[in-house]
Write a protein that binds this ligand. Structure first.
Ligand SMILES: Nc1nc2c(c(=O)[nH]1)N[C@H]1C(S)=C(S)[C@@H](COP(=O)(O)OP(=O)(O)OC[C@H]3O[C@@H](n4cnc5c(=O)[nH]c(N)nc54)[C@H](O)[C@@H]3O)O[C@H]1N2
Ligand SMILES: Nc1nc2c(c(=O)[nH]1)N[C@H]1C(S)=C(S)[C@@H](COP(=O)(O)OP(=O)(O)OC[C@H]3O[C@@H](n4cnc5c(=O)[nH]c(N)nc54)[C@H](O)[C@@H]3O)O[C@H]1N2
Ligand code: SF4
Ligand SMILES: [Mo]
Length: 678
């Protein structure tokens, strides 16, 4: 059996694993022992990440829809049709009538090419991807306060921290190799663990103190903690003085957030808030860890800024085992952002609105007239299909029919799309609406790089050939560019694409393939002799002084009322991945979690006369789903939780398409529903 070192396709931990190959098939996966993240372990998804690769229902040929049905097509036919349509649309109604959705499942090189195709060939900044649904608020909030939107510290630094403040991250389920480091620290080194989450997650069992807030009230408790810290003189005065600006404004704003006032908004008992604030402020090496519970709100950017304020106030940024650590979700969502698959930036976060940056990319790509207007974001692109603002859409490796908010609205938009291309491994619910479907090669069938949550850019390696005529995304994108008349997208392999990325992207300047060979390098890595950067903002912040950005508490857009009297929150479980395209085709995972459910508190179940596992109907202003009730004390009375993995009872039928005004991220974590016995 051949063994090939590569990187896990699932979460942002970025574990290093070996795929085994026998007679042209991937037969298994097992962990690298020396890899700095996996260190000989994987979670259950990693151990089983090879299975979907071999499934018989992989897409193996391009498909073209004719009279409502798909037929097999040749690559030439499919690509000619795509370029003909895209060119016609863009010349008829302008460059911004076409749009591109890139993919955090694909490689850095592929994301770079997707944004190059949109910008250099089709002259539009309408290119975006699932980071918009995920950590867009982090990128905006941390860039404003610290000057860089990335996780400040590294995964191995979790092993040395004295305190963790975990909020809105179900760490053991969604980032298992980070979760296990936290548990080990608590059990073996007596580290303190503060958990703030509306739902009793696994880590609650290990916590020093647990605060259960009402969903969507984070700014209030964070401001409250800062008030306690200032009142008790626990702030790091020297740090605030030397390294930050705007403290007076912060002090003034948080004055109002007394523990009693915060209790009224959040339901967190005042004494608990005070105790938690003391623990975080007085430990030397304290790490803030957060994820979607903080970002997926109409106040997502405010939430992130507030956490950044808290960390600066206590001097917990710029040292090992401290910092503000947004755990990035998809295997390569960090990389997709770094490489510019976002509507406002080129690779390396160089702004499309900056004339110097535009000139630089015009020169590098040998084109003229790169657009300077910020493009449309994911939900704006999808909404734009209805009404014809967006007439042509090219989706690579995303499944918005299940993952975007308000599915009934999404369905209408996809139905009304004038011309839709979907490039995926499987015929997804989104692909069914496409005019052209292109078969991509999976992570096991191509070379490239992924960048994990700690900014580590690491290799993926081809282990087997793709099935049928499926091809690597980078090859397909190059062919589309060529057929569109552009000569500047011709590469022999991903290493050559990385050479171009290095030239135009300062933070990736030193990422040459031979240097990434064993376990990768962490950006910023500006030159070939640079060793990479484990933690950020060491002597000064990326932007010089860190800026306090105090924010007042604002209610979520939709709160419970007499009719829709429950708060619904949506998220994930350990066994499944997003729209279940991959994990639903993996027998062990599917066996453990085969069907959709809604978590309801025992008190509510009793009031409604609902028994465990009984089918119930959950309705919001946008639609309804029927699914099994799971009665559990994990959720608070008056709230319920549905994982969004299951197309059979898709949580997004219920969610609201309201977005943060700055980051444009949807409020997946709060909407109002009613729950009924059927
Ligand atoms: N098994 C598995 N792992 C995954 C994924 C997957 O699909 N499956 N997806 C990956 C991706 S892309 C991402 S982005 C990450 C997401 O990882 P997480 O963010 O950890 O996952 P979620 O389940 O979305 O939500 C996290 C927590 O937010 C809490 N929460 C809900 N509302 C609020 C609130 O108002 N405030 C606060 N503070 N917390 C709240 C929930 O109770 C939950 O515990 O996971 C990654 N890892
Ligand atoms: N209600 C609710 N909705 C949510 C969230 C939530 O918490 N609640 N979370 C949001 C978040 S954080 C995220 S990240 C999004 C995720 O939303 P999506 O990105 O839409 O979800 P995935 O299921 O990961 O879709 C990835 C697709 O890529 C395909 N794929 C895998 N590898 C490759 C490849 O190499 N090439 C190509 N071409 N395709 C490939 C897979 O088959 C799959 O169809 O969902 C969001 N939606
Ligand atoms: S922790 Fe994440 S990267 Fe590691 S094996 Fe599990 S899913 Fe893969
Ligand atoms: Mo995500």
């Amino acid at each position: 059996m051949r063994k090939v070192l590569t990187t896990c396709i699932y979460c942002g931990c970025g574990c290093g694993l070996y795929l085994t190959e026998d007679k042209g098939l991937v037969t298994g996966a097992y962990p690298s022992v020396n890899h700095p993240v996996s260190k000989g372990s994987l979670c259950v998804k990693g151990w089983n990440c090879h299975e979907f690769v071999n499934r018989m229902d992989r897409l193996t040929h391009p498909l073209i829809k004719e009279n409502g049905a798909f037929r097999k097509a040749t690559w030439k036919e499919a690509i000619d049709l795509i370029t003909k349509k895209f060119k016609a649309i863009s010349s008829e109604t302008g460059a911004d009538s076409v749009a591109f959705l890139s993919s955090a499942k694909t490689s850095n090189e592929e994301n770079y090419l997707m944004m190059k195709l949109a910008r250099a060939v089709y002259k539009t900044n309408n290119v975006d991807h699932c980071a918009r649904l995920c950590h867009a608020s982090t990128v905006a909030g941390l860039a404003a306060t610290f000057g860089s939107g990335a996780m400040t510290n590294s995964i191995n630094e979790f092993e040395e921290a004295d305190c963790y403040l975990i909020t809105g991250s179900d760490t053991t389920a969604q980032h298992p190799l980070i979760g296990s480091r936290i548990i080990n620290s608590v059990l073996e080194r007596d580290a303190k663990l503060v958990v703030v989450d509306p739902r009793k997650i696994e880590l609650e069992k290990y916590s020093t103190i647990y605060l259960q807030q009402k969903n969507g009230t984070d700014v209030a408790w964070i401001n409250g903690m800062m008030r306690v810290i200032i009142e008790e003189g626990l702030e790091d005065k020297e740090y605030v003085e030397e390294r930050t600006e705007g403290f007076c404004d912060l002090k003034k704003l948080v004055e109002e957030y007394t523990p009693r006032y915060v209790e009224k908004i959040t339901t967190i008992p005042a004494e608990k808030l005070i105790e938690a604030a003391r623990i975080y402020a007085t430990t030397k090496k304290a790490m803030i860890v957060y994820s979607m519970g903080i970002t997926q709100h109409t106040t997502g950017v405010d939430n992130v800024k507030s956490l950044a304020n808290l960390a600066m106030l206590t001097g917990h940024v710029g040292r090992a085992s401290t910092g503000v650590n947004p755990l990035r979700g998809q295997n390569n969502v960090q990389g997709a952002c770094d490489l510019g698959a976002l509507s406002n930036v080129y690779s390396g976060y160089q702004k499309v609105t900056d004339e110097t940056a535009r000139e630089k990319f015009e020169k590098a790509w040998e084109v003229e007239g790169l657009p300077g207007n910020i493009g449309l974001t994911v939900t704006e692109i999808i909404s734009g299909l209805d009404g014809g603002k967006v007439r042509g859409l090219y989706i690579m490796g995303e499944n918005p029919m299940i993952s975007d908010p308000d599915s009934n609205h999404v369905r209408k938009c996809l139905e009304n799309a004038e011309f839709l291309v979907v490039q995926d491994l499987f015929l997804t619910d989104t692909a069914r609406f496409a005019d052209v479907v292109l078969p991509g090669a999976s992570f096991a069938e191509k070379d490239g790089t992924f960048t994990n949550t700690e900014r580590r850019c690491e290799r993926i390696r081809k282990t087997v050939d793709p099935p049928g005529e499926a091809r690597a995304d980078w090859e397909i994108l190059c062919d589309v560019a060529k057929a569109s008349g552009y000569r500047g997208m011709d590469y022999t392999d991903p290493a050559e694409i990385m050479e171009e990325i290095r030239e135009v992207t300062p933070i990736y300047g030193g990422m040459r393939y031979d240097r990434l060979d064993s376990y990768g390098l962490q950006w910023p890595c500006p030159s070939l002799d640079h060793p990479g950067t484990p933690y950020l903002h060491k002597e000064k912040f990326a932007k010089g002084l860190g800026t306090f950005m105090p924010r007042p508490f604002i209610e979520p857009v939709e709160s419970p009322d007499d009719e829709f009297n429950f708060i619904l929150s949506t998220g994930r479980i350990y066994w499944h991945w997003h729209t279940r395209t991959l994990t639903g085709r993996t027998s062990t995972l599917e066996r453990e979690a085969p069907k959709p459910f809604v978590e309801i508190h025992p008190e509510d179940a009793e009031k409604l006369g609902i028994k465990d596992e009984e089918t119930v109907k959950v309705t919001s202003r946008r639609g309804n789903v029927s699914l099994a009730a799971r009665i559990t004390g994990k959720v608070a009375p008056g709230s319920c939780f549905i994982p969004f993995h299951y197309r059979e009872a898709a949580a997004n039928v219920l969610t609201i398409n309201a977005v943060d005004p700055v980051a444009k991220i949807p409020e997946y974590k709060v909407c109002a529903v009613k729950v009924e016995k059927i």
